[in-house]
Design a protein around this ligand. Structure first.
Ligand SMILES: Nc1ncnc2c1ncn2[C@@H]1O[C@H](COP(=O)(O)OP(=O)(O)OP(=O)(O)O)[C@@H](O)[C@H]1O
Length: 374
């Protein structure tokens, strides 16, 4: 799939942008703070309905305006499909083919995007929350029901934590409500965990060989799921449900004492090992970078396998961070089959092969100019 055209109205520093893209490589060039990331972010929002940088949607609206729209025309399965996201103080609307989608899970997946930005290097090094978010976002875009279960899980978790706080302070003695919420939580938790296991299995399949390739066969990457319950990754949903139920029974007193939910997918983590050593603790910067890149490239193949088409790849300010070898590896992986957006302040850091057939856009103060048209 690819994005043919993007129109922005009052989006960040773009008052009005109407731009057509190449279906292979597009390089966005500009000085700092001109709008390169804003452009990438807009494509990301068109896919996920939310930004990768902020949870506060108001920030996406141009300062002197009260609404913003992102319109994209994408090609998917040889069909041209208009998509639209509009944001205002009243909320957010998402449309496919001019039809409003009332549930986000009906919209997400209309166009698939994989983004690799400097903050993705923190997938390995950063907090567990970042790795959970990565799994949730990626799973959500290939499986919309995952988003439904995730949002239900988060809602019930909040209620359950609230009740546990009350029980901790002894301001509530109604433990039957805790049983009800635990059952509901377990139902969604088991779904999420089972899906994460299936997903991880696929991620490993792709990321392992990719990592080996990037490291010139010197490194072997292993990914482990660190769950808060003792469970085998082969366990089905029923088995996972039983383990969660038993676990919650066993830690009931402890949870009341602590006033919070102690097990569940919201506390799980991913662990990465290179040649048997934990990369987070022992990995060099280069190894951490290679791991992050391998995961992102694996993501592309995984989406292809699940969706039947390659996603759009956004490389925001990271290409020049990779050495020539890693850049060529990336290039070989995408081999003209993935529409790619590269943003950079300076084309000097970009491998000449990447630039050869690319379309170049210059961004200056919220205006993007295609070199071919200027
Ligand atoms: N809501 C908004 N309304 C208007 N302008 C905004 C808004 N949000 C951000 N900006 C402006 O957008 C610019 C930043 O753009 P962006 O983050 O895309 O930079 P960039 O070109 O990627 O730069 P760098 O290379 O430094 O990452 C800044 O000038 C900022 O003031």
């Amino acid at each position: 799939m690819h994005i043919e055209q993007l129109k922005l109205t009052n989006y960040r520093n773009y008052e009005a942008l109407d731009i057509t893209f190449d279906d292979k490589v597009n390089v966005i060039i500009g000085e700092n703070a001109q709008g390169k990331t804003n452009l990438m972010e807009a494509i990301y929002v068109l896919s996920f309905t939310r930004s990768h940088r902020t949870m506060r949607e108001k920030e996406l609206i141009r300062w002197d305006s009260d609404y913003a729209t992102i319109e994209g025309r994408i090609t998917k399965r040889n069909q041209s499909i208009p998509l639209q996201i509009s944001i205002s103080s009243k909320g957010k609307k998402a449309k496919i083919n001019h039809l409003e989608q009332h549930r986000l899970s009906d919209y997400i997946g209309a166009v698939n995007v994989v983004m690799f930005a400097p903050e993705d290097l923190t997938i390995v090094k950063g907090s567990p929350q970042i790795r959970r978010r990565f799994m949730d976002m990626e799973l959500g875009q290939i499986q919309p029901t995952y988003i439904y279960h995730l949002s239900q899980y988060q809602k019930i978790l909040k209620q359950r934590n609230h009740l546990l706080k009350q029980l901790q302070r002894r301001s509530s003695v109604d433990e039957t409500m805790l049983d009800v919420l635990t059952d509901q939580l377990v139902e969604h938790a088991s779904f999420l965990l089972e899906r994460r296991f299936v997903y991880l299995d696929l991620l490993r399949k792709w990321a392992g060989p990719i990592h080996e390739g990037i490291s010139r066969n010197l490194e072997n990457l292993e990914i482990q799921y660190d769950a808060t319950i003792k469970v085998s990754e082969e366990a089905n949903k029923e088995k996972i449900t039983t383990i969660y139920q038993d676990s919650f029974k066993n830690i009931r007193e402890k949870e009341i004492e602590r006033g919070t939910t102690l097990v569940g997918p919201h506390r799980d983590d991913l662990l990465f090992f290179v040649n048997g050593k934990d990369v987070q603790t022992y990995g060099s910067q280069g190894q951490q970078r290679t791991t992050a890149l391998s995961i992102k490239l694996a993501e592309i193949e995984l989406i292809y396998q699940e969706v039947g088409e390659y996603p759009i790849l956004l490389l925001d300010d990271v290409l020049s961070e990779l050495d020539d070898y890693r850049q060529s590896h990336l290039l070989n992986t995408i081999q003209g089959k993935v529409q790619t957006f590269v943003s950079t302040t300076n084309v000097d850091g970009i491998h000449h092969e990447t630039l050869k057939n690319a379309e170049l856009f210059y961004v200056h103060q919220g205006v993007a100019t295609n070199t071919k048209e200027s």
